[in-house]
Design a protein around this ligand. Structure first.
Ligand SMILES: [Zn+2]
Length: 335
């Protein structure tokens, strides 16, 4: 099996993939909007967003990115909209096309619970509503994520945001699913992917590009699987198999281990990142895990900086932390 084939097989097996630097993706919505100038004026007509039968009339203004987003999507295919108004009056919106109606309905049915789950973990310091778009094809997915490079048809979802200048809040944040996401992910995968991406959205304002991937992706994975009834071995099959064969991670996964490049076992890196975060949550509690994220998502961390943060947040140095994490993996994987 070639390395390329291995990666493709993993992507198929994992049934979910996203851009490696999801949180680093900064979207210039103006550029997307700029392309719309070429459309005939009739295509720019914004139809009022119809409320679903069970949706309450929102008491807050809709997300300001919606008109642009809707216009972009309408240039690909007719747009269907689902609005979900949560108890606190916040409005979440799912946009898609008739050909993805099943995914749109599934995401609309789940978005309230997903926002609540992320808020319970992260806290109330984020928008607490979601804008979700389901693309009709790879070209639309690229437009909605403003990806100018090669978009893999294996990419199932990405979270994007408008440029922002700290300490301002990021704006125009949304989660974009590919046309094939639902079929490839299944119901559970779609549900977990939504939570994973929403976690990136929630944490975006305090996340600095270049922060350790095991922190950013591992935390999002922890949030995605939070409350899952699946076992350790089911959530981390590669990590478990290796641990049962006597091989434990030598260290926390490096950033380049998360890249979907030939020869890389990115699935293992994601499992390791998830396990490090799950260990912290179980051993120290979720508030400490969030505290750790906030201290480590401040940019690149060399070993000395990581050691300092671990000591101040968890009271344990880097070497001891890694050793205890490895012990935890061994005990989880072999029981
Ligand atoms: Zn991610």
């Amino acid at each position: 099996m070639t390395a390329v084939t291995r990666v493709r097989n993993w992507l198929a097996a994992k049934r979910r993939f996203e851009f490696v630097a999801t949180v680093a993706m900064v979207i210039a919505l103006t550029a997307v909007g700029g392309a719309l100038v070429l459309l005939p004026k009739s295509a720019l007509q914004i139809r009022p967003v119809p409320a679903t039968a069970d949706a309450a009339v929102p008491s807050v203004p809709a997300d300001p990115q919606l008109p642009e987003l809707r216009r972009t999507m309408e240039s690909y295919a007719p747009v269907i909209t689902r609005q979900v108004c949560t108890d606190d009056g916040r409005l979440s919106v799912v946009l898609g096309h008739p050909s993805q109606r099943r995914d749109v309905d599934a995401l609309a049915a789940d978005v309230g619970a997903a926002v609540a789950s992320v808020t319970k973990l992260w806290g109330t310091d984020w928008a607490r509503h979601a804008v979700i778009a389901v693309a009709s094809d790879p070209a639309e997915f690229a437009a909605l994520t403003h990806d100018s490079g090669e978009v893999s048809d294996q990419v199932a979802a990405a979270s994007v945001s408008d440029p922002f200048v700290p300490p301002e809040k990021p704006t125009g944040q949304r989660v974009v699913f590919s046309a094939a996401a639902g079929g490839r992910l299944g119901d559970v995968g779609l549900r977990e992917t939504l939570r994973h991406e929403l976690t990136h959205v929630a944490a975006r304002a305090v996340t600095v590009d270049g922060s350790p991937q095991w922190v950013l992706e591992g935390f999002a994975e922890y949030s995605a699987h939070r409350g899952s009834e699946r076992t350790f071995a089911q959530l981390a099959p590669t990590l478990t198999a290796r641990a049962r064969a006597g091989t434990l991670p030598a260290d926390l996964p490096a950033d380049d281990a998360f890249a979907p490049t030939p020869g890389n076992d990115a699935a293992l890196a994601y499992e390791q990142g998830w396990s490090a975060n799950a260990y912290v949550a179980e051993r120290y509690g979720e508030p400490k895990l969030v505290d750790l994220y906030r201290h480590l998502a401040t940019g690149p961390q060399d070993p000395a900086a990581l050691d300092t943060v671990l000591r101040t947040t968890l009271g344990v140095g880097r070497a001891d932390f890694v050793a205890r994490w490895r012990d935890w993996i061994r005990s989880r994987a072999t029981t």
